[in-house]
Write a protein that binds this ligand. Structure first.
Ligand code: PEP
Ligand code: MG
Length: 878
């Protein structure tokens, strides 16, 4: 076989920059060792070995254990302790650590090296039998669960059965627990190994295996972590230090800045006399890090210095695990902190001003998609609703949903598209699949760094933890507050992850405010981006929001959406249902009045920035009454009898006839868009006139207007030419009437495959083009945009038949190719032709990158995604 690369590195000999080889945890420990920080000694088994492990069919490579033995011996000589020694035992932790952070998704074993003999040594060494026994029972439990596959719940039961809690000092009870734990291990049919070398071998094997465990695989899939980013985990073996050696010992997690708000102040929590897992699992309620300053002032001072050093070195906020063993501080891990979007924005801007990073670095570290988090609604502060309980605010944003206590149920309901709030006492990594499917998470135990808090924050989901006023009933079907049932499963609740409040009703929310740091980021992005950003907006309110966020125009105003509100639907339906031109003219006159005033409001709001009005593209089926409903009504009126019912019935019958006339088997491929405009020219004429009139009025008032009119569903140049003719004549009329010249340009949507194929012809008739990638994707794949995402697409995505949802991110190979071809053909006809995109993809960061690359002039995204689009555009340009 080929020469084996060095399989193991000690912290002080490794290159801390090589995360691919050492994993994030190992690299961090190596780097901290180099910085002279108080890191316990240890070594790293590389990710190469993990790959070899899998190549060999999940077997540790030959010779590895010899290297491990050598390394343990070196660890013995550094620490002055001995592995397996009954008097002065060396204990180690065996931890996972992939090149890409996957917090809590893989396995870790602490206190390894304990057995019935060494535990007595540990007791003598520490002078604390209780501590030693407690460490031992924790080890058996972890080892039993992870390596031997014992059922964790049985251990928990045995603990409760023996009356043990985290600070139990009853030796006898602990010995009983250890005995029952060992028999729980034996019950798996596998032997619990007393030999520490056997223990470490099995632990290394288990950590490697956890790389392909269900949790880890699901996590990588959700976050798009591909093999080229991380192809295995490293294993770090570290000499144990103990945070549970008495009142002068502690363990905790500290963030160098507040990961929720970004405030430059240490943030986190710790527990005195405890081991790391107690903090992370959220099983106990820890103290805030501020308290450490009075409780252990020296340690606090040292910890603050360490944090400062780490930030200066890594130039990113760090999430640091520490342990205090009898007054001595040890740093066990550092990694880039996962932060809320708001904190990510604030710390990036702050670090720029502190001179730690430049603007480009600042922009690159903000996830555009994550910005949605700060753009999320919050609970309206004017609402007088009283919370039923208040827990710890762990991940910002407010969410309402159905209370669900069961993980599997939450996962299933979420997958069905229901809005679910997952409620648990605490959570474990196994619960993460349900997190993805929930709109919010609520726990009754744990602090800001508990599992639930960290995971929810990473996902940008609202989360409240440690809500101890809430008591979940034993059946897990309701929760009580102060002894009274407050919420039963299935009921709606609201949680506010920014304040920690929990409400037993659906509470109204308001749009969030924009911080000065956020504005600064948008400002920098606007300077750096290489593509213009417009908004899809159909109402003056939406236009206002778009402007506020920095949109440079409106790229799509869907005129049919302007009728979606309240009283207008009836009028619109009347127009659609009209059987004669006369009837239609009447309805149209009223609509024209409404449209004109809407257009005026939008033009005014946009103050001379381009506004693209799309002529009607009515999905008729959305506006028509349902055939069944009409038939039911007719039936009821018939049985009612009488004069009034009779005339009502005749009306409905007429309506039914019309609905049947208009009904189509395939409405999305039916009588819509330009086809309606050509068959009922009075509709498009009305709309064009409304645009012209609005523009004329405003121009006379001295308001600048730059409007564009575009035609949907164009497949042939003749369709476009027909509408253009209409447009010119209506415009000429208006100019004549108002005695002014109107600057309105005329263009075509490109959303039908044929229009791509004849883009040169179309370019002769159009002043500009705009890709409607929603329909273009539907047409290119022949996937119904209405149904695909609810039917087979999820399956396709899960099975990897399709890598990304093409309705979310542009399919570059297929749809993208059509786009490139179209651009090339069109610009051959008109060199500087303006071409943009107004499908939903215009707000998707990956698609924005693509649109920048293929030379589009602008992307148009829905108003609330404008900041995301601006940042993504900047990132594509740098
Ligand atoms: C499109 O098809 O991409 C588009 C913008 O139009 P709509 O979504 O209204 O069909
Ligand atoms: Mg369309």
């Amino acid at each position: 076989s080929s020469a084996i690369a060095k399989p193991i590195y000690f912290f002080d000999e490794a290159d801390g920059k090589n995360r691919a080889l050492l994993g994030g945890k190992g690299a961090g420990l190596a780097e901290m060792t180099k910085l002279g920080l108080p890191v316990p000694p240890g070594f790293i088994i590389t990710t190469d070995i993990c790959e070899k492990f899998y190549e060999a069919g999940k077997r540790l490579p030959d010779g590895l254990m010899d290297e491990v033995r050598k390394s343990v011996r070196r660890l013995e000589s550094i620490t002055g302790k001995k592995f397996g020694d009954a008097k002065n035992p060396l204990l180690v932790s065996v931890r996972s650590g992939a090149p890409v952070s996957m917090p809590g998704m893989m396995d870790t074993i602490l206190n390894l090296g304990l057995n019935d003999q060494t535990v007595e040594g540990l007791a003598a060494q520490s002078g604390d039998a209780r501590f030693a026994l407690d460490a031992y029972r924790r080890f058996i439990q972890m080892f039993g669960k992870i390596v031997l596959g014992a059922d964790d719940r049985q251990f928990e039961k045995a603990l409760v059965g023996n009356g043990i809690n985290n600070n139990s000092s009853d030796e006898k009870a602990l010995r009983q627990v250890i005995a029952s734990f060992r028999s729980l291990c034996e019950a798996t049919g596998k032997r619990f190994p007393d030999d520490p070398y056997k223990q470490i071998e099995l632990a290394i094997d288990a950590v490697f295996r956890s790389w392909t465990g269900k949790r880890a695989v699901e996590y990588r899939r959700q976050y798009g972590i591909t093999p080229d980013m991380a192809n295995g985990t490293a294993v770090t073996v570290v000499a144990m230090v103990f945070g549970n050696m008495g009142r002068d010992s502690a363990t905790g997690v500290v963030f160098t800045r507040n990961p929720e708000t970004g405030e430059k102040k240490l943030y986190g929590d710790y527990l005195v006399n405890a081991q790391g897992e107690d903090v992370v699992s959220g099983k106990a309620n820890p103290s805030h890090i501020d308290q450490l300053e009075s409780e252990m002032p020296q340690v606090f001072g040292q910890l603050s210095q360490v944090c400062q050093k780490l930030e200066n070195h890594f130039r990113e906020c760090q999430d640091v695990e520490f342990t205090v063993e009898r007054g001595r501080l040890y740093i066990l891990q550092t990694r880039t902190a996962k932060m809320s979007a708001g904190a990510s924005v604030k710390t990036s801007v702050d670090m720029y001003h502190e001179g730690l990073i430049n603007k480009v670095e600042a922009l690159q570290r903000i996830d555009p998609e994550g910005l949605e988090q700060i753009l999320y609604p919050r609970i309206d502060s004017h609402v007088k609703q009283k919370p039923v309980a208040t827990g710890v605010a762990a991940s910002p944003g407010a969410a309402s949903g159905i209370a669900v206590f069961d993980v599997a149920k939450a996962e299933a309901m979420g997958k069905r598209g229901e809005k679910v709030i997952l409620i648990r006492e605490d959570t474990k990594p196994d619960d993460v699949p349900a997190f993805f499917q929930s709109v919010g998470i609520l726990t009754t135990r744990g602090g800001k760094t508990s599992h639930a808090a960290v995971v929810a924050r990473g996902m940008g989901k609202p989360c409240v933890v440690g809500c101890s006023q809430i008591e979940i009933d034993p059946e897990g079907a309701s929760f009580s507050v102060a002894g009274r049932v407050a919420v039963s499963e299935g009921q709606k609740i609201t949680i506010d992850g920014s304040t920690g409040r929990v409400y037993t009703v659906e509470v109204p929310t308001v749009a969030p405010e924009i911080t000065s740091e956020f504005k600064e980021i948008l400002q920098w992005s606007a300077e750096m981006k290489a593509i213009r950003i417009r908004a899809n907006a159909d109402t003056p309110e939406s236009a206002t929001l778009a402007r506020k966020y920095g949109a440079e125009g409106i790229g799509l105003c869907r005129t049919e959406r302007m009728f979606n509100q309240h009283d207008r639907i009836a009028l619109f339906t009347k127009m659609v249902m009209a059987e004669t031109e006369q009837e239609r003219e009447k309805a149209l006159a009223e609509l024209e009045r409404l449209q004109k005033s809407d257009f005026k409001a939008i033009f005014k709001e946009m103050q001379g920035l381009p506004v693209t009005i799309r002529l009607l593209d009515p999905p008729l089926h959305e506006f028509l009454p349902k055939e069944e409903d009409l038939m039911m009504q007719i039936f009821e009126l018939k049985s009612e009898g009488g004069h009034k019912a009779e005339s009502e019935m005749l009306k409905r019958e007429k309506m039914l006839r019309r609905v049947r006339e208009l009904s189509e088997i395939n409405p999305m491929l039916g009588h819509r868009g330009v086809r309606v405009g050509i068959t009922f020219p009075e509709i498009y004429e009305m709309q064009i006139r409304a645009v012209c009139e609005a523009a004329a009025d405003l121009t006379k008032e001295g308001v600048k207007v730059e409007s564009q009119i575009m035609v949907p569903q164009v497949a042939t140049v003749n369709e476009l030419a027909t509408v253009r003719h209409m447009f010119e004549s209506v415009k000429r009329d208006a100019e004549h009437r108002h005695k002014i010249k109107l600057k309105i340009v005329f263009g075509s949507m490109i959303e039908v495959v044929r229009s791509c194929l004849v883009a040169d012809e179309i370019a002769h008739v159009a002043d500009f083009l705009s890709f409607g990638t929603n329909d273009l994707t539907q047409a290119t794949f022949s996937f119904s945009r209405e149904d695909a995402e609810g039917k087979f697409l999820p399956f396709y995505l899960e099975k990897g038949v399709i890598a990304v949802n093409p309705f979310q991110s542009i399919d570059q190979k297929g749809v993208g190719r059509l786009m490139k071809m179209t651009i090339e053909m069109a610009r051959k006809v008109k060199k500087d032709m303006e071409i943009g995109i107004c499908g939903e993809h215009g707000g998707d960061p990956k698609s924005i990158e693509f649109c920048t690359a293929i030379g589009l002039d602008y992307v148009s995204a829905s108003s609330h995604r404008i900041p995301i689009a601006i940042l993504a555009a900047a990132q594509s340009a740098i």
